[in-house]
Design a protein around this ligand. Structure first.
Ligand SMILES: [Zn+2]
Length: 451
């Protein structure tokens, strides 16, 4: 098989990402069709036939396929085209400028997740240019609406056009970055994700004059107690097998050995161990903490109408994330129990709910990814990852696909501690070096998996 010229790949994949960033797909409203058309156009140049699906005007997703012989199961490259909003005034560059400087491509979506879309497009082009013979199809689907739940993107496609995108194996966002340890990189493969429950609490009170607070029943004060109770709730700590595997890999590092072993052998010591560890390695604590219990975070609040009126209503929205093994129903019951004392003055309403999802690591694809990483970087570690957030992978896992979040990124150029803050954050960017590295790892993975 011809070896791709990585220098040419560098300029091409960088240009694709810059252009994708320049197409503003902030969701809402999304307007992903323009990006879908751009992808169709550039893949067309290498002979790909692309289809664009638009459940509503301007909310386009693009799908194409590199045909294999059918002897092996198909693999889907899944990505999303929409991005979250960016306030230009807070950025040091135009977030929709696609600027390339200091070895990085800057802009909203560089990490989440137009960077991976660009890599996947590049891999498809290389497969075609090298006349690669594969035993299964590689499907590419770059979809709309992931940031708002995927109803107009991946979920729509799976419901209306499953024959176009369903595959037994899926690679998507949510893992792949390396956690830098003392003397090696530990690469993550997202094999599971927490479930989500977005819910709204309305607190009722009795209105009155702001000058006589005791004569009224202030809905804002009731909401204050609700927030206090929900946010101080500490879900029971549970180390799922996928989390234990990550900790076991981390424990191979001499600086982490003692603390990881304490967590693994004595989960009751979790709070004290993590408090101690956060003094020296806060990034590692950030990696662990959301993966061991249910969390509840307030994200929106509204209440009050005038300076001197005690409000009769206040409402707040909460983002609750649950571990695999818990159900949405259990979480809903638990929330009502936490608020039981004032429940008669509250209404709790579910906005959106998604069950947790998980794929086995005992698969040929996991093995191939592991081997590719170890061949490229012999002393690296590889571990499965439970993602604290959610991705479109859940729709495919429900239908039985094996899905991994795997956007391979090295740590030496993009320390994970800073990157966490840049996804959905200010000055989001990805190094050009990592674009090439990602292309190389995914190209190797696909050709080995489907050979
Ligand atoms: Zn994303």
């Amino acid at each position: 098989m011809a070896v791709p010229l990585w220098q040419e790949v560098e300029s091409e994949v960088t240009a694709i990402l810059s252009e994708l960033i320049r197409i503003d797909t902030t969701n809402p409203p999304g307007n992903e069709t323009k990006a879908a058309k751009y992808i169709a156009e550039i893949l067309n140049k290498d002979g790909f036939q692309c289809e664009i699906f638009e459940p509503v005007p301007q909310r386009g997703s693009v799908v194409t396929r590199f045909k294999g012989s059918g002897e092996k199961p198909n693999l889907l490259f899944l990505s999303h085209l929409d991005v979250v909003a960016a306030k230009a005034a807070e950025w040091s560059v135009n977030p929709f400028g696609g600027v390339v400087k200091d070895g990085f491509v800057w802009g909203r979506g560089a990490l989440d997740m137009k960077g991976m879309t660009a890599i996947e497009i590049m891999v498809l082009k290389l497969l075609k240019r090298n006349n690669t013979h594969l035993k299964g199809d590689v499907i590419l689907a770059a979809t709309a609406d992931e940031e708002m739940g995927g109803l107009n993107g991946a979920m729509y496609l799976l419901q209306k056009h499953p024959e176009k995108i369903f595959a037994p194996y899926v690679l998507n966002e949510g893992g792949g970055w390396a956690i830098p340890l003392s003397n090696k990189n530990l690469y993550t493969i997202q094999t599971a994700e927490k479930g989500l429950l977005w819910f709204k609490v309305k607190a009722k009170g009795t209105p009155g004059h702001g000058s006589m607070p005791d004569a009224a029943d202030n809905a804002i004060m009731r909401m204050h107690r609700v927030i206090d109770k929900l946010c101080n709730y500490r879900g029971s700590i549970s180390y799922l097998p996928v989390v234990k595997q990550l900790l076991e890999e981390l424990s191979k590092d001499k600086k982490l050995r003692d603390s990881m072993n304490s967590l693994l052998t004595n989960p009751q010591s979790t709070n004290s161990v993590l408090a101690e560890l956060s003094k020296t390695m806060p990034a590692i604590v950030d990696e662990i903490r959301p993966r061991i219990s249910m969390t509840i975070t307030p994200t929106i609040i509204h209440g009050g109408i005038k300076e001197n009126v005690v409000p009769s209503e206040c409402e707040a929205v909460f983002d609750c994330r649950i571990l695999p093994g818990q159900t949405i129903e259990q979480a809903q019951k638990l929330i009502k129990q936490i608020l039981v004392e004032e429940l008669d003055k509250l209404s709790v309403e579910t906005i959106q709910a998604q069950e947790p999802s998980e794929s086995s690591i005992e698969t040929p694809l996991y093995q191939v990814i592991s081997n590719v990483l170890k061949d490229l970087e012999p002393n690296c570690g590889v571990a499965p990852l439970l993602m604290a957030g959610g991705t479109d992978s859940r729709f495919f896992r429900r239908l039985g696909s094996v899905c991994y979040g795997f956007h391979p990124m090295r740590s030496e150029t993009c320390p994970r501690v800073k990157m966490t803050r840049r996804e959905h954050g200010v000055d989001e960017r990805i190094s050009v070096e990592n674009l090439v590295f990602g292309t190389r790892v995914l190209y190797e993975t696909v050709t080995r998996f489907l050979s």
